[in-house]
Design a binder for this molecule. Structure first.
Ligand code: C5P
Length: 205
């Protein structure tokens, strides 16, 4: 069973994907982390994330980089969104994601194009979303908790910029697969969102 979980930044898709993996005993891949590694590596190389050649060279990042906590920062998220525009970068990361998705026994993957490009044959597709205000507030509280000072307005700006880039790119834009279940988490607690996602998977399989 392949479970594809797509959606915009801070929608709750990562939390839901992790919870589904645990509940159904499946391995989980956060595909955003791969793009984050490329974004981080291009900066470390002194390259330009908007240059296709520099971005592709950074796709050859060492595996150990995936454990670097700096990958989780919003700065790296912005770089990831810039390198992910290049088709050659997406192609370079395709096989790894495809292999994970098709391993015997199944898998849960979360990202932007899992249900549309990486595993269009997935048995279950969730598109997790929430209003910009709700997503920004969650991100703001997360950052406050971790002691980082940022303004809510800056977070809204960053989210909107990232959404626009991810939805507007030509190759594998963030889009709702025609057979996806749209799970809007705006009014849901984390627990209710997870419970609903589990119900959707159970009903679909
Ligand atoms: O999900 P996360 O915020 O970690 O993703 C970082 C960036 O990586 C996204 O804004 C998006 O541009 C890119 N990405 C992508 N395709 C995926 C996962 C992430 O283009 N499957």
């Amino acid at each position: 069973m392949i479970i594809a979980v797509d959606g915009p930044t801070a929608s709750g898709k990562g939390t839901i994907a992790k919870a589904l993996a645990k509940h159904f005993g499946l391995p989980h891949l956060d595909t955003g982390l791969l793009y984050r590694a490329v974004g981080w590596q291009v900066a470390a190389n002194g390259g330009d994330p908007d240059d296709p050649g520099d971005a592709l060279a950074a796709a050859d990042f060492p595996d150990g980089l995936l454990d670097n906590p700096e990958l989780r920062s919003e700065t790296t998220g912005g770089l990831a969104s810039r390198v992910s525009v290049h088709p050659a970068v997406r192609q370079a990361l395709f096989e790894r994601q495809r292999k994970f998705a098709t391993q015997p026994g199944g898998a849960v993957l979360d990202g932007r194009d899992i249900g549309t490009v990486i595993a269009p044959e997935a048995e279950v597709k969730l598109y997790v979303t929430a209003t910009t205000a709700a997503r920004a507030e969650r991100r703001y509280l997360e950052m406050q908790d971790s002691g980082r000072k940022v303004s809510l307005k800056d977070i809204v700006d960053q989210l909107e910029r990232r959404d626009e880039r991810d939805k507007g790119r030509k190759d594998a834009p963030l889009a709702i697969a025609s057979d996806a279940f749209v799970l809007d988490t705006t009014e849901l607690s984390k627990e209710d969102a997870i419970a609903l996602a589990i119900t959707v998977v159970v009903q679909a399989t």
